[in-house]
Design a protein around this ligand. Structure first.
Ligand SMILES: C[S@@+](CC[C@H](N)C(=O)[O-])C[C@H]1O[C@@H](n2cnc3c(N)ncnc32)[C@H](O)[C@@H]1O
Length: 251
């Protein structure tokens, strides 16, 4: 199945509506809970708040609505990732409801995929999607990427729009950056799980693009890794021009 058909089948379209607007019409009774969890997550992004927020999104069946907001970017980044997945084993950290992991696994039946996420409820959706597509080469496990613990290494590690989750969000969202030690810590965790010849594929969408482009290379370097390639993906989101940065990182 090609990407366009797959996304359509999964209900992911170019729908730019804010989640809160969808919730106010389709889940009015959950609106207050959503706003409160969203506020807590943005204010203090500790693992408990992150998982509670994404659990609720999955519980309300809104994970794909969240992805729809990035449709224009997904259309470009997923084919790029598909092309750059190499080796026998692939780890997708922050895989959410597994919609992307499943697509990659379908197209690489000879490779084994493991998707990890902190949100238990999102992983339930990932499991049922795996059953629905009858895949045997993908497994989903609940883990916190900051304390990732596998007694093995992977040929490709995907970290698609997840590394920012545990950063100071004021920096990521509003450009108030300083030195961000957590990026280095969490890249080091990924590095420890990467085979010597392997690649880490990272997508990030920081607000202050120019500043971030210079700064992130330094953080990658500090984790003992190297930026091999950078792809800039420009698109409009909610009538604002946005850029996703897609890094290919090696040891
Ligand atoms: C913005 S979504 C991106 C999902 C998916 N990678 C994609 O590109 O569509 C971020 C995901 O990362 C997960 N996440 C956030 N912090 C995490 C952590 N510390 N460990 C594992 N997963 C985490 C969230 O639960 C959520 O499912």
């Amino acid at each position: 199945m090609d990407l366009e058909d797959y996304l359509k089948r999964e209900g992911i379209s170019n729908d730019q509506r804010e989640l809160v607007d969808i919730i106010s019409t389709s889940h009015p009774s959950a609106q207050e809970r959503f706003c409160s969890l969203s506020d807590s997550y943005v204010a203090v992004n500790i693992p408990e708040n992150i998982s509670a927020f994404y659990d609720l999104i999955a519980e309300m069946g809104l994970y794909n609505a969240l992805l729809s907001r990035f449709y224009a970017s997904i259309n470009q980044t997923m084919p790029h990732f598909l092309k750059h997945i190499t080796g026998d084993s692939v780890l997708d950290v922050g895989c959410g409801n597994g919609v992307k992991t499943i697509f990659y696994a379908q197209h690489n039946p000879d490779k084994t995929f493991i998707g990890v996420d902190i949100s238990h409820r999102s992983l339930q959706d990932a499991h049922s999607r795996k059953q629905r597509y009858g895949l045997r080469n993908v497994h989903f496990i609940q883990q916190d990427m900051t304390t990732l613990c596998f007694a093995r290494q992977f040929d490709t590690i995907i970290a698609d729009k997840v590394l920012h989750e545990t950063q100071r969000l004021s920096g990521y969202c509003y450009g108030e950056w300083g030195y961000e030690p957590q990026f280095v810590e969490h890249l080091t965790v990924l590095s420890n799980h990467l085979a010597g010849h392997g690649k880490i594929l990272v997508t990030l969408t920081p607000c202050s693009l120019d500043w971030f482009l210079g700064h992130f290379d330094f953080l990658v370097d500090s984790a003992g890794l190297r930026v091999e390639d950078v792809l800039l993906v420009d698109y409009d989101r909610a009538q604002q021009s946005t850029t996703d940065i897609v890094y290919t990182i090696t040891k």
